[in-house]
Design a protein around this ligand. Structure first.
Ligand code: GLU
Length: 410
C-alpha cells in the first residue's frame, strides 16, 4: 500500500517540480513503533496482539490520525495510511502532521471487556508517543467513541491530569465535538456537491451508489439523500442492494441497528454483488468501505461520471490512468474524506479553549473549510493540467515544501 502512496507522491513531485531532497524526506515516515500486547481473554487464555503507530510527518504540527482495528492491519498499511494523513491535513489547511495506528484483531469477534483491555494496553504502550501537542489519535475502521474514551481515561491515569485534547472523536460528554461523528460523511456530501457544480450536473436529478455502511458510508448516503440525490445502491461487507426508486435510508439505518449493524437480510432493494454496485449506472460512485476496491481489472467497467472517495485508498494506483482516460472525475480520499479530521481539529481547539461550539457552528466552519480545500485542489489540478488526485497532492506539497524549508535541516 505504501507503494501506492509513493507512486502518487512521485508523480505529483515531478509535475510540481518539488526539490528531490524534500521529496526524499516525505518518502520516509519519521517514526514507526510496533508493540506486542498480551491480553487476558475472557476464557482465561492469553493472546498477544500486534499494535502499530507510525508518525509520518510533524512538519506542519503535531501528528494526527486514527487507530484501526482490523485483521489486515500491518506495518505497510499503517505506514501508507499515516502518509495519507500528512497530505490530508495539509490539503485541509490544518496545523497537523500525519500519523496512523492500528491493531491486528477482529473487533467483531471480541467481547467488550477484551476490547477495553486491548485498547488500554495499546495506550500504555504508546503513552510516550501520544500527547496533546505531539501525536493525537482518533477513530478509524473498527473503532469509535467508546475506544477513544478508554484511550483518554488510560492516558489521563498515566499523566495524572485531564488532557482531553490528546484524542479526538470522543463522546461529547468527555469533551467530544458536536458534529464529529457525521463529519466524514458530511465532507463527502460537500465534496460531491462541489464537484457536481463544477461538472454542471444538476444534483437534484442525480443518482448515487455508496459502498460501505459504516461511519462514513451510512452518513454520506443519508446526507446525499438529504440533498435530493437519489441513492440507488448501498452495501456493507455482508450484502449489496439496488433500488432504482432510491433506497429508503431511514429504513436501512433502522434495519442495520436492529440487526447487529449489518445489512444482510435488508428487504429495501434487489440483492446485487459488490462489483455490480461499483459498476452501477449512476452519476456518482462513493467507495466508502475499504482500500483497493477500484482496480485495473474493474476500472474500465465503471459508469459513474464522478467518484468521491470516502474510504482511504479505495483506488489502486494503476487504475488512476484508466479512470482519467475515461474522463471520470475522481475527488481523491485525501480531499474527500478530510471532513473527519477537520472536525477532529475543531474538537482539539475546543478542548484547548475549554469552550464548546454549537453543532451549527461546527457544521458551518466544516463546510467552509471543505469548500476552500476543494477550490484549492481544483485550482492546482487546472493549473498543472492534471487530475484532481495529483492536484490534491500538489496542494499538500506546496505547504509541506514551505514548512520543511522554513524549519531547515540539521
Ligand atoms: N481516521 C480518520 C481519517 O482517516 C480521522 C482521523 C482524525 O480525525 O484524526 O481521516
Amino acid at each position: 500500500m505504501f507503494d501506492a502512496v509513493l507512486a502518487r507522491l512521485d508523480k505529483a513531485a515531478q509535475i510540481f517540480g518539488l526539490a528531490p531532497d524534500i521529496a526524499e524526506i516525505l518518502r520516509h515516515p519519521k517514526k514507526e513503533v510496533a508493540v506486542s500486547l498480551p491480553i487476558k481473554m475472557d476464557d482465561g487464555s492469553t493472546k498477544v496482539f500486534e499494535g502499530y503507530r507510525t508518525v509520518h510527518s510533524t512538519h506542519l504540527g503535531p501528528s494526527k490520525g486514527g487507530i484501526r482495528y482490523a485483521m489486515d492491519v500491518n506495518a505497510d498499511e499503517v505506514r501508507a495510511l499515516s502518509a495519507w494523513m500528512t497530505f490530508k491535513c495539509a490539503i485541509a489547511n490544518l496545523p497537523y502532521g500525519g500519523a496512523k495506528g492500528g491493531i491486528k484483531c477482529d473487533p467483531r469477534k471480541m467481547s467488550v471487556g477484551e476490547l477495553e483491555r486491548l485498547t488500554r494496553a495499546y495506550t500504555r504502550s504508546l503513552s510516550d508517543i501520544f500527547g496533546v501537542n505531539k501525536d493525537i489519535p482518533a477513530p478509524d475502521m473498527g473503532t469509535g467513541k467508546r475506544e477513544m474514551a478508554w484511550l483518554l481515561d488510560e492516558f489521563n491515569r498515566i499523566v495524572g491530569e485531564d488532557s482531553p485534547g490528546v484524542v479526538t472523536g470522543k463522546p461529547i460528554t468527555l469533551g467530544g465535538s458536536k458534529g464529529r461523528e457525521v463529519a466524514t460523511g458530511r465532507g463527502v456530501m460537500i465534496s460531491t456537491l462541489a464537484a457536481m457544480k463544477k461538472m454542471g450536473i444538476n444534483y437534484k436529478a442525480a443518482t448515487a451508489a455508496v459502498q460501505g455502511f459504516g461511519n462514513v458510508g451510512s452518513h454520506a448516503a443519508r446526507l446525499l439523500a438529504s440533498q435530493k440525490i437519489k441513492v440507488v445502491a448501498i452495501s456493507d461487507h455482508t450484502a449489496a442492494f439496488h433500488n432504482e426508486n432510491g433506497i429508503d435510508l431511514d429504513k436501512a439505518f433502522k434495519y442495520a441497528a436492529s440487526n447487529g449493524n449489518i445489512l444482510k437480510g435488508f428487504d429495501g432493494g434487489q440483492l446485487i454483488n459488490n462489483n455490480e454496485l461499483l459498476t452501477a449506472s449512476v452519476d456518482v460512485l462513493v467507495p466508502a468501505a475499504i482500500q483497493g476496491v477500484i482496480t485495473a481489472a474493474n476500472a474500465n467497467d465503471i459508469k459513474a461520471k464522478l467518484i468521491v472517495e470516502g474510504a482511504n485508498g479505495p483506488t489502486e494506483a494503476d487504475a488512476d490512468a484508466i479512470l482519467n482516460e475515461k474522463g471520470i472525475i475522481v475527488v481523491p480520499d485525501v480531499l474527500a474524506n478530510g471532513g473527519g479530521v477537520t472536525v477532529s481539529y475543531f474538537e482539539w481547539v475546543q478542548n484547548k479553549y475549554g469552550h464548546y461550539w454549537s453543532e451549527d457552528e461546527v457544521n458551518m466552519k466544516h463546510d467552509a473549510s471543505m469548500n476552500q480545500a476543494f477550490e484549492n485542489v481544483w485550482f492546482n489540478a487546472q493549473q498543472f493540467k492534471t487530475s484532481m488526485r495529483i492536484g490534491a497532492y500538489i496542494t499538500a506539497l506546496k505547504r509541506l515544501d514551505k514548512a520543511i524549508r522554513y524549519k531547515g535541516n540539521y
